[in-house]
Design a protein around this ligand. Structure first.
Ligand SMILES: *Cc1c(COP(=O)(O)O)cnc(C)c1O
Length: 460
């Protein structure tokens, strides 16, 4: 019999975690074989500390969300004060709270023109569910009840609820729950490195957008409700589309009267060096999904920005929308979001990402191109990816996708940096407060880890 470890030690936490905690996106057999969870106990700035006292640079800003970095007293204080003043009240049945009202105005000002109403939730997943319901309701009200099908893309990530997974383009997720639901279709992603062959990125961008029109014509525009896309596909491994892609998507949606949904859960709040990815690409969406960076992850909050066309129909003809969450417009989360936005503005985090740290990251990643494992690097702002391949000349992937990624990720951890592996891509999304020096350190860790990975795979 094992003796019971002392309480509040790593060994104790791991034992209890293994016995009682079901983790998201985790193979529990693998986790047990690896010795259990890494327990993160504190964080400051861009640095995490685990229960063994090891420091790690957080190259992922938690899960793409801690945009203003860790340890912000101002955010803790505003939450504390709001909890004392009014810890909770709902926004159903004709009530509202000051912070939910003020945040709505702030978001309407910050987001692109034409998006002036906000519906709140607590996660990106529920926000996308809200959009699915609102879009179908809208087309019913418009007298076009046939327009019900959503078109999304392979490698898209839109969340984990039934409707959100149906929007996702991840076949492994679909397989486990007999999804997608009826009325969800997927087209090719604007993933030039994998799908572009000999074409220039510009030509390929047009071709990838044409896949949307082909799908609309196949289904009939009278049956298509909306197209959804992340400006840059984050969890799909930071797929940065060619510059020709979004203008063409916008044109096709307008031509066929298809609503356009920009899922900005990762791209929003400065990640790309603009407030929103839509701003960078000139997208004028009918809906925008916001979460993650909206509070820098300090509290859960999501927001659906609703465009004026849809808002007007819902307002004038919609009656009651039978939809809402207990925590829609939660006053503490909204107060934290307001303060988070204030910090981003005061510290010029968006401009800094666009003009200083983003270009610095791009230059550092560029310096990895000569590495024998690196097939492509891509980035915009503080969103980056390094794609490892078996053969650079022919862009041939490794036989077992994900193996190189997992090896490299583990080396990164051992060398003091957190990066995520998606297939055999190393992806990066550090806090927007990261300094150039810290970026140098992070990419130094990545280069060292790529070297070790190459040794492990016998490539060098
Ligand atoms: C994370 C994410 C979601 C889901 O958000 P949750 O808060 O995890 O439900 C949706 N869309 C995108 C683009 C995301 O990255």
């Amino acid at each position: 019999m094992n003796s019971t470890p002392i309480r509040n030690t790593t060994a104790h936490w791991r034992q209890v975690d293994a016995a009682h905690h079901l983790h998201p996106f985790t193979d529990h057999r693998e986790l047990a074989a690896a010795g259990g969870s890494r327990v993160i106990t504190s964080a400051r700035g861009v640095t995490l500390t685990d229960s063994e006292g090891q420091n790690l640079i957080d190259g992922m800003a938690g899960l793409w969300c801690v945009n203003v970095g860790y340890g912000r007293e101002e955010l803790a204080k505003v939450a504390y004060e709001q909890m004392l003043e009014l810890p909770y009240y709902n926004t159903f049945f004709g009530t509202a709270t000051p912070s939910s009202i003020e945040l709505s105005e702030r978001l309407a000002e910050l987001t692109p023109k034409g998006l002036s109403r906000v519906f709140y939730g607590v996660s990106g997943s529920d926000a996308n569910d809200t959009i699915v319901r609102a879009v179908r309701h809208f087309w019913n009200l418009e007298g076009k009840p046939g327009k019900k099908t959503f078109i999304s893309r392979e490698y898209a990530y839109h969340g984990s609820t039934m409707a959100a997974v149906s929007l996702c383009g991840m076949s492994a997720m679909h397989g486990q729950a007999d999804l997608p639901l009826p009325g969800f279709e997927h087209i090719m992603p604007p993933y030039w490195y994998d799908y572009g062959g000999d074409q220039t990125p510009e030509d390929f961008g047009i071709e990838a957008a044409q896949a949307l029109e082909d799908k609309i014509l196949e289904l009939g525009a009278d049956n298509v409700a909306a197209f959804i896309g992340e400006p840059i596909q984050g969890a799909g491994a930071v797929i940065v589309p060619p510059e020709t892609y979004w203008p063409e998507i916008q044109r096709i949606c307008r031509k066929h009267d298809i609503l356009l949904i920009a899922d900005e859960v990762i791209c929003g709040f400065g990640r790309t060096g603009e407030w929103f990815g839509s701003g960078y690409y000139g997208i004028e969406p009918d809906f925008m999904t916001l979460a993650k960076g909206i509070t820098s992850g300090y509290l859960p909050l999501s927001a659906v920005m609703v465009g004026d066309r849809v808002a007007k129909t819902l307002h004038d003809k919609g009656g009651e929308f039978y939809h809402g969450y207990t925590y829609s417009g939660h006053p503490v989360c909204c107060a934290v979001a307001l303060k988070n936005i204030e910090i981003m503005e005061r510290e010029n985090l968006v401009e800094r990402t666009r003009e200083e740290t983003g270009p610095h990251l791009a230059a550092l990643l560029d310096g990895l191109r000569d590495h024998p494992l690196v097939g492509e690097v891509r980035s915009l702002g503080l969103l980056g990816a390094v794609e490892m391949v078996k053969d650079k000349a022919t862009r041939t992937h490794f036989d077992k996708p994900g193996k190189a990624g997992t090896i490299c990720r583990d080396h990164c951890f051992a060398n003091g940096g957190v990066m995520r592996a998606v297939r055999d891509c190393m992806v990066l999304s550090p806090p927007l407060t990261i300094s150039k020096q810290e970026l140098d350190t992070l990419i130094g860790i990545l280069r060292k880890s790529l070297d070790r990975t190459a040794e492990d795979l016998g490539v060098i």
